[in-house]
Design a protein around this ligand. Sequence first.
Ligand code: OAD
Length: 230
Amino acid sequence: MKKKIVVFSGAGISAESGIQTFRDNGGLWENHNIEEVATFEAWTKNKELVLNFYNQRRKQIMNSFPNDAHKMIAELEKTFEVQVITQNIDDLHERAGSSNVLHLHGEIMKARSTLNPQKIYPLFNWELRVGDKCEYGSQLRPHIVWFGEAVPEMDRACKLTETADFFITIGTSLNVYPAANLIHVAKREITKFLIDPGDIKVSHINNLTVIKSKAVDGMKIISQKLTELN
Ligand code: OAD
């Protein structure tokens, strides 16, 4: 039976694809106010502003491509069972070929009904506008988990992480909860890696190797190590 790797990714993995992160210098939250674009209150106050913010994200993502880090993760499936758990709303893991991708914070290429959260629709165009409605006539919103909202996929993410044989954290500042808790959910005895060029504060994590590099370089090192460990 193949051993199972859980890859927990954040905005940093898509940085080398040209997609801005949130909290780095020049990151998205430097020029946009979270309260104005990424909360339910913001949506209630100014739908157009919120839709425009995500339309710009969607446009950028549609014009971007998976990088070698996404591709190396997909390639691990040749040898391992691989579960990606991403905080990213982009679809670059899927486009790189990963088969099992769980999005904790939603997906930019989908919209959902404001009346019934179970009604989710794929988007093929970059633009979602005021007046775009679901089949029941309610305004469509981006299929994104906003600040202050519940993270419905968190339970599933925890269950998947509990059964991992290896755990890789890549390109996340580990600032946003509950997602950042996943590294603590992985079993104590398993081998864990953290890839990030920044100084990430992690403490009390057993068996953790920190690789202080960008995603592509870091994944090259890890792919080699995992092959040796398998
Ligand atoms: P952050 O912007 O908080 O962190 C990005 C991380 O990527 C930082 O630790 C950087 O050092 C690292 N990084 C930068 N360039 C990199 C590269 N080339 N390779 C690898 N790592 C690199 O983004 P997240 O941790 O993903 O949520 O943020 C978590 C959540 O906060 C997001 O999902 C989003 C945001 O607000 C919502 O919008 C709900």
